[in-house]
Design a protein. Sequence first.
Length: 259
Amino acid sequence: MKACGLTSLPDRRTFDRRLSTISADIKERITAMGNMFVKERLVDPYIVTIDSTLLRARGHLWHKSSITKGVVPRSGIDTDARWGFSHTKGWIFGYKLHITSSTGSLIIPLSADFTQADVQDNQIYPTITSSLPQGVRYMAADSGYDDHKLYDLSIDRGGFELVCPVSEIYNHTSSDRLQLIEFYESELGQVIYSWRGISVEPLIEHIKDVFKIDPLPLGGYQKAAGIILLSVLLYQIIVYYNCKTRKEHPKVIKHMLGS
């Protein structure tokens, strides 16, 4: 504590107040850490992946009919949480963690964000990719990011290509969209897309398992955002420390945390 300038351990209320205000600052620090991994050549940003995961809210469910009416039928409901749908999990009442990650031998978060569960992935894409490191050539994503504006945004602002499954083809499908489909279905496109399954997807599940954040340990958007983004930042710090001291990727983060 002395090294941190503390004379005593802060109480729970102090931590709660701080959690309610630090999420924006932590997002910036996560991005800075991601850029540091690239700057020090610990990861190669040539192919980056992006995904999100639903996190169940703490406490009781708040059904849609009650939300619409603005009625809170019982105590213990996180009224900041919302309903979101996942093809693998179905309907979840809670929040959503969004992550971009590196690929290759070292898989780490490059940026992160936290929203209510009903926020669509394509809505967060512009902000979560706004400060990616230099050197990104391809962004692999699932069909939730198939948005014409995002393809253009990736090229115009970041100089990289968004690669994801493209929705149905119609008789009036534009030539530009046909080119996107052709590239996604090409051998190179499939190799790029395949990185999702061995990078960002297991990374998210690993972070959830290590830090026990699903269901969330506390309620309220700001506090939940603070604890979730802190978990991502701590994961980066542990991996960075391990790279600098052991020269290898930590395979057992839980052991390093003493859990």
